[in-house]
Structure formats: C-alpha cells, structure tokens
Design a protein around this ligand. Structure first.
Ligand SMILES: [Zn+2]
Length: 332
C-alpha cells in the first residue's frame, strides 16, 4: 500500500476511533452506525461477495491518489517528465495490488524525441479468459493544469476498482490500462496512447470501459461511439437502475479513449460526470473533487463489472468486429 493510501486509511481508522470514543462517553446509540440493527428475526443469508462489492468502493482512497497525482506529480502533459513519473507510480500501484504489469513505452507523439507510455495491468490467473479493458488517461491538457477531474479522478476510481476486483472470480479477466497522451499531444494528435493499444494489442478484449472526468458534477453520462457499443451501454444502464442512479441518455461521442476501441471494432463506452465548467483550466484542482461524484461513478463501475454474466461476455464477444479479433495480445 502506498503512503497516500496508508494516510487515507489512517484517517478512516482515526474517525472510527473517535466515533467509538463518543459512543463510550455519551452512550447515545443513534450516533453509532448499525446500533439499531439488532432485529428479532434471523438475518437473511448474505449475498455472495461479488454482488455487494460495489458497497466497498472507498472514495477516500481515490482522493488520496488524486492528491498525489495533482500535488506531488503535478501537471502531466504528454511527453513530459511528470507524465513519466505518473506512469511509474501507476505501474507500482498496480503491481502492489497483484496485477501483472507491463509498460508500453516509446509511443511516439509526432514530434522528434517525444513519446508517451501506456501502463497495462492484467489480473492474475487470466489464462485464456476473454478480457474486459477498464481504462483512464493520466496525462493533462497542459503544464498549467493539475488535471484533478480530467483525469486524476478517472485514474483514481479505476485504481480503487482494480484493488477490489483483483481477487474476484469473474467470467472474464480484467485488464487495467492507464493511457498516456489522451489530450492533444505536441504533434497535434489526441487519443495517442489508447489508439496505440487498441490497434495493436486489443486481441481477446471483448469490451472497454473508459473512465474520464468523474470527480465533479451531478449528472452521470454513458457515451457510446458506434452501434456495436449499445449492448454494453445497456449493461451499465441495468446496473444504474439497480443502484437507483439516474444516467443521462448521452448518445455518441468520440472525445475520449473509448473511441479508439470503437474504431478497432470493440464495444466500448465512456463514463463521465457533468457539468464541469472548469475543464481544461488551471482551476481543475484537487480540492474541488466531490467524494459523492467519485463514489457514484465507482459504485456504478463496480456493480457493472461484478454483474456481468458469462452470457453477457459471450454477447459482447459476438459484437466485436474482425479488426478486434485480428489484433494480437500484448502487455503481459
Ligand atoms: Zn480527459
């Protein structure tokens, strides 16, 4: 566990100790969560852990990673030393969680001597299972922007979800990818890291969920790009309904990394929370991140990923085009 996560856990434990002390001092049961749950009837059998995993999403852990990326690493424009520092940090975090990590370095940015990298983590025991890619970009739009919401928020939510899923038995293997150079690079291109991965390395991926800008705003959006993503968007909508979350009917957008996968004939969606009036400005700082927004996105992502049945995976696989099937697998 990183120092940031330890710090966040320390705060959490400290708060619980304080609540316990208050309970002992004042004896007011209503201040102690769960004190009134002593029912006369036997409790219902607990559901299997995977079905309730979404409850364990911990936004304070995600906040710790956002603070680290914004305050310790700082702005992370494509091709910069800070972008490389962020990649190294994310690779260490994924390895610490138990993922098999590979860093795809040397992805050229169209300007001499500048390159970016993707950080790829595969859950252990993947074998020949079909893969679902869960991704987020870690670069920022400029050297003047911390990129708290765009997109430390997505990176942090994906890391927290990855930590909860690593030991789960699922009908697919989860593959986490942190993309470099999503924003416009020095060479004038965008979606550089995701395009590199999707074109060359997407073999056996049956779907991709992109998490970009989920730390502000009240309205969850699920963007598609191309008709082959409709079933995947429906699965997310199914989980949103189960959680009582409203999700905007968002239509189509090609403005983030999911589009690279859609172009490679892989069902893919983009999870985003809006509005964010300070996007791509120097005001995109860590202190404006909303715990509630992180929690909403994290729970929806976890619920979706843990609700997928083998039949869903098969139907997603059917929707992959020949381009996707032709791509080889790399990153292990
Ligand atoms: Zn973004």
């Amino acid at each position: 566990m990183s120092p940031q996560r330890q710090f966040a856990h320390g705060l959490f434990v400290g708060a619980n100790v304080l609540m316990a002390a208050l309970y002992v001092a004042f004896g007011t049961e209503s201040h102690w969560p769960g004190a009134e749950t002593q029912a006369a009837e036997p409790p219902a059998l607990p559901p299997t852990p995977a079905q309730t995993l979404w409850r364990q999403f911990e936004p304070s852990d995600a906040l710790g990673n956002i603070a680290y990326l914004c305050w310790e690493v700082g702005p992370r424009p494509a091709g910069s030393a800070a972008e490389r520092q962020a990649a190294a940090y994310l690779a260490r975090e994924l390895a610490d969680l138990g993922y098999i990590v590979a860093v795809q370095r040397g992805i050229t940015l169209g300007k001499a001597g500048q390159s970016t990298a993707n950080v790829v983590g595969l859950a252990p025991g993947a074998g020949r299972k079909p893969r679902i890619v869960v991704g987020a970009h870690y670069d920022t739009v400029s050297p003047a922007v911390q990129g708290a919401n765009d997109n430390a928020s997505g990176v942090a939510v994906v890391l927290e979800v990855a930590s909860l899923l690593v030991k789960q038995s699922l009908p697919y293997a989860i593959q986490v990818v942190f993309f470099g150079a999503e924003e416009r690079s020095p060479g004038g291109e965008s979606l550089v890291g995701s395009r590199h991965f999707a074109r060359r390395c997407a073999g056996s991926a049956v779907a991709m969920i992109n998490v970009d800008m989920v730390g502000c705003g009240t309205d969850l959006h699920v963007w598609q790009y191309g008709a082959r993503s409709r079933y995947l968007a429906g699965l997310v909508a199914r989980s949103a309904a189960a959680l009582g979350l409203s999700v905007a009917a968002s239509g189509h957008s090609a403005d983030s990394d999911h589009a690279s996968f859609a172009r490679a004939a892989i069902p893919s969606i983009w999870l985003q929370s809006l509005p964010d009036p300070r996007n791509h400005t120097s005001a995109d700082q860590a202190q404006r991140i909303s715990v509630r927004s992180l929690e909403r996105a994290g729970r929806l992502l976890l619920h979706t990923l843990t609700s997928l049945q083998a039949e869903d995976v098969r139907l997603l696989q059917k929707r992959c085009g020949s381009q996707a099937k032709a791509a080889r697998y790399c990153g292990r």
